[in-house]
Design a protein around this ligand. Structure first.
Ligand SMILES: C[S@@+](CC[C@H](N)C(=O)[O-])C[C@H]1O[C@@H](n2cnc3c(N)ncnc32)[C@H](O)[C@@H]1O
Length: 205
């Protein structure tokens, strides 16, 4: 799977709807979780960092984590061009996540991960007390979103993601449709909503 995303990385930002999606999700996140004054942020499954770059300037340290070397190379190139010195990358294919984060965001990554429950549990374990996790991904769909490409999950029921957060001690504070993707499928336009679920770790048990 990482070779697949390595190949996609150089042209990833060419599709306008990906940037629009990230920008809209970032606006919704900052409206609910004002980022100013926060220490550490994480974009999990960051790709080229479209979501994280909308938020990174507000943090002392912002980590972009992914399993694709190619995607992370794009993040490093973009951070260098923008002169961002508070930004780091983490290749999760080689190294584990460490440290605690005040804000963890993830956009369209979970449906590419077989054991998404384990991934969510892992992320919740890296939240600071009072920290927020914001998960945005496809609502359950019939498999037409990825056409011929096989992915581990054809989206998710929002209730399942909310349950997973709650089981890991995180209270769900907000849930909404964050963006609607549109695609031509079999000659007609189809809509694929993307949810945004926000949780807060009030106190560690
Ligand atoms: C559909 S892309 C989304 C990228 C970016 N978040 C965006 O919205 O443009 C999914 C990303 O998840 C990454 N990914 C897949 N499996 C992963 C895993 N187990 N841990 C972290 N990232 C993973 C892929 O390499 C890819 O960059």
């Amino acid at each position: 799977m990482s070779a697949y995303f390595d190949n996609k990385a150089p042209d990833w930002d060419q599709k306008q709807d990906r940037s629009d999606r990230a920008r809209q999700i970032a606006e919704l996140i900052t409206a609910r979780v004002p980022p100013s004054g926060k220490d550490a942020g994480l974009d999990f499954g960051c790709g080229t960092g479209l979501l994280g770059f909308e938020l990174a300037a507000h943090f002392k340290r912002f980590v972009f984590a992914d399993t694709s070397k190619g995607m992370l190379a794009e993040v490093e190139r973009k951070a260098g061009e923008a002169g961002l010195v508070n930004v780091g990358t983490l290749n999760l294919a080689e190294e584990q996540l460490s440290g605690a984060f005040d804000l963890i965001v993830s956009l369209m990554a979970l449906h590419h991960i077989e054991d998404h429950g384990r991934a969510i549990a892992g992320l919740c374990g890296h939240l600071t007390e009072g920290g927020h996790i914001c998960l945005a991904d496809l609502d359950s769909e019939d498999g037409s979103f990825h056409a011929d490409e096989i992915v581990p999950h054809n989206g998710f029921a929002r209730s399942e993601i909310a349950d997973l957060l709650q089981r890991n001690g995180v209270s769900v504070t907000h849930s909404q449709t964050g963006f609607v993707m549109r695609k031509q499928v079999d000659g007609r336009e189809r809509e694929y909503p993307v949810f945004l679920i926000i949780g807060c770790l009030k106190a560690r048990a």
